[in-house]
Structures are given as C-alpha cells and as structure tokens.
Design a protein around this ligand. Sequence first.
Ligand SMILES: Nc1ncnc2c1ncn2[C@@H]1O[C@H](COP(=O)(O)OP(=O)(O)OP(=O)(O)O)[C@@H](O)[C@H]1O
Length: 314
Amino acid sequence: MTLLDIKDLTVRLPGAARPVLDSVSLRVAPGEVVGLVGESGSGKSTTAKAAIGLFPPGASASGSVRFADTDVLTLTGERLRAHRAGPVAMVHQDPRAALNPVRRIGDFLTERGASRARAAELLEAVGLTSPAQRLRQRPHELSGGMLQRVVIAGALAAEPRLLLADEATSALDVTTQAEILALLRTLRATRDLGLLLITHDLHLAAAYCDRVYVMYAGRVVEERAADALFASPAHPYTKGLLACSPTLGESGPLRPIPGRPPSLTDTFTGCPFVARCGAAEEACETWTPLEVPLEDGGSATCRAVPVVDEVHQG
Ligand SMILES: Nc1ncnc2c1ncn2[C@@H]1O[C@H](COP(=O)(O)OP(=O)(O)OP(=O)(O)O)[C@@H](O)[C@H]1O
C-alpha cells in the first residue's frame, strides 16, 4: 500500500526558464522512512510541500499527487485545510520558529487539539522526561534538541500518517541529531508512520532511511534502497555527493563536485548534470533524461548506466 504517491509532478514558476520540478515521481508507504537528498535549490522542499498541496505563489502544477485515497491537487478550501491539519504533518529545521517564545509548551500542544493529559502523553512519547513540568515551561528553558522533540510532539497531536521532516535535525549537534533521528525511526515503527526525511546529507539519509531519492535541478536522478545506494551509487551526481560529504569518524580528503547546479534562470538541453559530470560524453548533451531501471529495482537518470530493460538509451 502507498501512502504518498507523487507521479510525474511538474511545477513551473512564472519567469523561470526551467521547471522547479520536472516529472518528479516519489512514493512513501506506511512505516517506511524515505530520504530526499540533494544540494540547495534542487527541489526537495517543493516536492515535500506538494504532499500538503502547498506550492509557491503563481506556480502551476501538472501530474498527480495522491495521499491514500485523496487527490491532493484537486483539494480546495476547507478540504485542503483539513488535509494540512490532519493526515500529513511537517517539521522544519528551526524549532524556535515554530514555538511562540512567551507561551508555555502546554499551550503549544493544547492549541493543536491535545487535551492536557494527552499533551503529557505526547511529550513522553517523544522521550521528554518530567512531562508535567515541561508543560509549564517556556521555550527558552529547553535546549534545541528538547524543543525539536516538543515540535514533533505537536506534529503527532493530530495523529498524522505521514511526517515530512525538512532538514529537521540540521541545526542540531551530531549527538542530538542522532537522538532525534532515532526517535523518528521509533515513531514510524510504533505508529506505522510514513516518514519523508529531507536532507542535503547523503550519508545521514543512507544511515536512517529505507529508500532514498536523489534530486538534481528539479529532477529525481537516482532512486535506490539506502544500502544499495551507499554500496554502489549509480549516478555520477550521487557518487559525487558521497565523495564530498564527511562520514562520522572518517577524516579523508573531501572532494567537492566542481561547479554549481543550474539556477531557475539557466536553460539547458540534455542531461542537467552534464556540465559538472566527470563521466560526460558528447551524447549526454542531447540525451532526453529518462529514468533507467537498475537490476536491484532502483533507477538512475543517466545514459551511462547499464540497461536492464527495453529502455532506449539514445
Ligand atoms: N516561493 C518561491 N518563489 C520563487 N522561487 C521559489 C519559491 N520556492 C522555491 N523556489 C525556487 O525553486 C527551487 C527549488 O527550491 P526548493 O526550496 O524546493 O529546493 P531545496 O532542494 O529544498 O533547497 P534547500 O535545501 O535550500 O531548501 C529553487 O531554485 C528556489 O529558489
């Protein structure tokens, strides 16, 4: 069963030379942790926000976004509001931005529909000790990690089925980051919650996710089981990301990918990664990007990966 099913989603902004999202397909099943990885501006947040029918002002969207039995792109008014407040919750990078500094933690949770008793239960579920005392505290009395637990408790108040975590641990130190990620994994197991983890850190995604989508310039360039992605990345961009992000405990030289991703005002033909790709050939400049199936069930949008199906490589 699929919880979130995005198919061929293309999002355009007025004045942009290329789509913000170009034929993006992504799915999340109940109880599955899915990673969405890529450099800044690759379209990760735009993809995640599509799950709650939220697009940049003036954007036009085509393709489909389904959540369980709901066709999200057709929702308007009260039904759209109910969708955003119920089955899908979103947690962002900075918990302090989500919390009113002068209100108590208890107020934050009861404003989200939880009773006082339930609010204490939620704080316990996210691993906060002395929940009764926490309910009376204000944000400045808690650490960043504790506040992110409070925000996650608030997100759980409406019993969501899917949690979108947009760089939710990026502002935290490494130890607290690991604790929050472990908490999210526990919640998906105990609540059968689907989890979409958005991060620029491929190593983190590979360590905590079941499956990973790698995005580049508004496209999904690789989709793999996390262990396969880490062991044998197929797309040159994925290989580049792995080589340029540090792993815990390793101190080898990092090799940044040369150049920078195309902006929304840059036009290009062929593969969008061609200008930065060490393995590019002339034919890549005119190749129409196409998801090529891999033997292990994943896919990569690169004409150099070996064909296992009846796919025309150009
Ligand atoms: N409201 C908006 N108005 C104009 N451009 C936008 C808007 N939202 C997103 N964009 C543009 O769309 C592209 C994709 O942005 P998006 O935030 O989805 O990327 P991202 O991969 O999540 O990046 P980051 O890691 O920096 O959050 C970027 O070029 C961004 O500037």
